[in-house]
Ligand binder design. Sequence first.
Ligand code: SAM
Length: 253
Amino acid sequence: MESFYVEPENIKNGFGEVVGEEFFHLAHVSRKRKGELIYLFDGTGKIYTARIVDISRDKAKCEIISEDFMKGELEEDLTIAQAILKSSERFEFALEKLTELGVKRIIPLVTERVVSAKSPKDVSRNKIERWKKIILSACKQSNRALIPELCEPVDLKNLIFTAKAYDKKLILHEADNFKRILLCDYIEGAENSKSILIVVGPEGGFTDEEVKLAVESGFEVVSLGERRLRSETASIIGVGVFVQFLISKKIRK
Ligand code: SAM
């Protein structure tokens, strides 16, 4: 069954109303008909199974049959700070995959070697709106109950200073000039962590000063092995392995 996003305020008295771009998709792209079953999600954790009872010119009225809360969502707060990539296709690909995998928060990151933005202010509103659409589309495709929060772009220094609250803070780094731990070994120690921040560098990687600053602020340098992975590969693998570990931990409980 297909999923459609509905603003929380458009779900009331046992009915949900699909409007706007979501309505256009429902009526004119997916060509849904009266009587069909669909999923509605409000992005705050609720997923409803609903039956379309009326399709008018600009909205679809759906009767709610059942609801789930936080279905398939991690209990832990997994956040990824992904360096903004020179290739917008690759960065958008990463946004889509990280959303499918189940992150709660995505922080577009500006570092020394980020080419397309010298400071967070260089990231246009249009770009951020486009990224939000990609995240919403990935939520629909993967049946997410939650829409990951897309944070305002931030530079690495500010991220490091504001990251104190996370239980676990990892900076993924491919070079061996810092004491580092393989992700699979690191993860064993993450058994009881509630909030995890994973930081991934741009095509040019992190400078030594950036890694040093992170380490001095309590980040662990984590390796994904000897190969030099593309940034988006590293974040997808890093998040993917952590998600598998957190899911298996939950199942073992
Ligand atoms: N600057 C590096 C170079 O030119 O050799 C390449 C950086 S890599 C393309 C981009 C980012 O992916 C890195 O900053 C790091 O966060 C992550 N990454 C890539 N390979 C990795 C590995 N084997 N272990 C940990 N992180 C890795």
